[in-house]
Design a protein around this ligand. Sequence first.
Ligand code: DX5
Ligand code: ZN
Length: 238
Amino acid sequence: MKTLREIKEVLKGICVSPSLLSCDFSKWAEEIASAKAAGANLIHWDIMDAHFVPNLTFGHPVVKKLRPHSDLVFDVHLMIDDPVTYAPKFREAGADIITMHIESPAFKDAKTVTDTLTGLKNTGCAVGLVVKPKTPAEAIFPYIDLCDIVLVMTVEPGFGGQSFMADMLPKIESIKSEIEKRGLDCALEVDGGVDGETKDLCFKAGATAFVAGSYLFGKPDMAERIKAFYAMEKKQNG
Ligand code: DX5
Ligand code: ZN
């Protein structure tokens, strides 16, 4: 398993995190291997409990079973009512990054959020908070110093294949400027409707980590598509 230092090193540059929600569930291991072969440096796990979002996916035993099959950074996105109980289980299963929704009912007070983030960090896990489209950026500011990553949802969580919400761009900018103002070592990730065009808008707004499901999985030119994500940085640098 990767150390926190190694994970943070990956998070410093552009990250491409194909969402397994769009993969062929009859061949998980091959799908993860194909994402890596196509150039992805993260792999995104969408965990849904049919309460926090109106959809049900998979639990920590699936993550645990696949862990020995890949050395990709496992980027686990918890869309569940109770990340306080379950985040540690996903960590034990092999998650490298765990992001949790600030709107989760189990985050009943500030101390619970802080304790959960700190507890996971102490195990060497990279941690982050997620904001749904209707949640303002400011909701996570009290905890941003503890975050290795912040995830901005650019669709309502629950399903793949939805359209990108361009009105989330100012939120990305505002979180980016808070990160810079505080001089934090915190990555900024976007999730939902990310494709060849919307990725550029997110990158311009300050995002450096990109989740993409339907745009990447099952596409014969997945490698070309992924290459274009990394090219944004090169373009900017020269
Ligand atoms: C939505 C999930 C996303 C989803 C993205 O709740 O968090 O990760 O898989 O799918 P696309 O890229 O198809 O919008
Ligand atoms: Zn996700």
